[in-house]
Design a protein around this ligand. Structure first.
Ligand code: CP
Length: 312
């Protein structure tokens, strides 16, 4: 089985069969990661550069660990410590790195579309989008889907709620594409000023501004951070007001008579979009999401490499 695409630029470009293939391959790699020796030779002769033009904790470490578990050679590039500060363009930077015989590029960038731009200029090098501006974060949506499936058995027919700053969230957009392709129902909740109205009609999702009603509807609540770094105007009154209207608190959850799976892509702003006791509760799979990210990224890198032997 092969993916229908040479790059992973976004979930928008994937077929449901691609998503199923990535998730089933990730399940095999999750089993590898539970062995005493958590390493396979699948990408032994492959060199991968992790090109991070924007800060990251989980995604950068997770990709690097996935590459090491697959026996790939890895190079880590942080734009802040590079010749980008001397005026070098993205394309020149990448062409210089590729001239040293690098096979794949994992890239995070604050500009939406940066990995798409690269893929047009470098059609023969597999590009993996690790988050581009407010556009997509495909491996986050894949690891979220893997974590939901692990907890609930399937995505089909499940009711998934995304809460918060939908407008600036690449995690939200990738999740919406993935969940609707895989037969889940999706609802969005958050302040009207952070809610793109086109989504309801264009992407087949529901919008519910009353958080308590939205929580009563869902099986899974995926809580999103307010992306203050991407907002160039005041879109809500204060963080305290935001917490009152859209913070997921144990008080609010106790008023709803059902168990809801709690997710968050991280980093968490405790006491703003989610209270600590909810983030750390028995229904939270937040750290499981991070754990599953390694297996999911191993699956993505392995499938894009075109290698045939999964493990030994
Ligand atoms: N979820 C996520 O993308 O986290 P980082 O920004 O730390 O990579």
């Amino acid at each position: 089985m092969q993916l229908s695409t040479k790059h992973l630029l976004g979930i928008k470009d994937l077929l449901p069969s691609d998503i199923s293939l990535i998730l089933s391959t990730a399940q095999q790699f999750k089993e590898v990661l539970q062995r005493p020796i958590k390493k396979v030779p699948s990408l032994r002769d492959v060199t991968i550069v992790n090109l991070f033009y924007e800060n990251s904790t989980r995604t950068r470490i997770s990709f690097e660990l996935a590459e090491k578990r697959l026996s790939a050679d890895t190079i880590n590039f942080a734009a802040s410590a590079s010749s980008v500060s001397k005026g070098e363009t993205l394309l020149d930077t990448v062409n210089n790195i590729l001239s040293m015989k690098v096979d794949m590029v994992v890239m995070r960038h604050s500009a939406s579309g940066a990995p798409h731009f690269l893929s047009k200029h470098l059609p023969d090098t597999a590009i993996v989008n690790a988050g581009d501006g407010i556009n997509e974060h495909p491996t986050q949506a894949l690891l979220d889907a893997f974590s939901i499936t692990e907890k609930l058995g399937t995505l089909e027919g499940k009711k998934i709620l995304l809460i918060g700053d939908i407008m600036h969230s690449r995690v939200a957009l990738s999740n919406i594409y993935l969940l609707t392709k895989m037969g889940a129902e999706v609802m969005l909740s958050g302040p009207p000023t952070l809610m793109p109205k086109y989504m309801e009609a264009a992407l087949g999702v529901k919008i519910e501004y009353n958080l308590k009603k939205a929580l009563a509807w869902c099986d899974v609540a995926n809580v999103l951070r307010i992306q203050l770094e991407r907002q160039n105007q005041v879109l809500f009154s204060s963080l305290r007001e935001y917490n009152r209207a859209y913070g997921v608190t144990s008080k609010l959850l106790s008023e709803i008579d059902k168990d809801i799976v709690i997710m968050h892509p991280g980093p968490i702003n405790r006491g703003v979009e989610i209270d600590s006791d909810v983030a750390d509760s028995k229904n939270s799979v937040i750290l499981k999401q991070v754990e599953n990210g390694v297996a999911v990224r191993m699956a993505v890198l392995y499938l894009l490499s075109g290698k045939k032997e999964l493990s030994s």
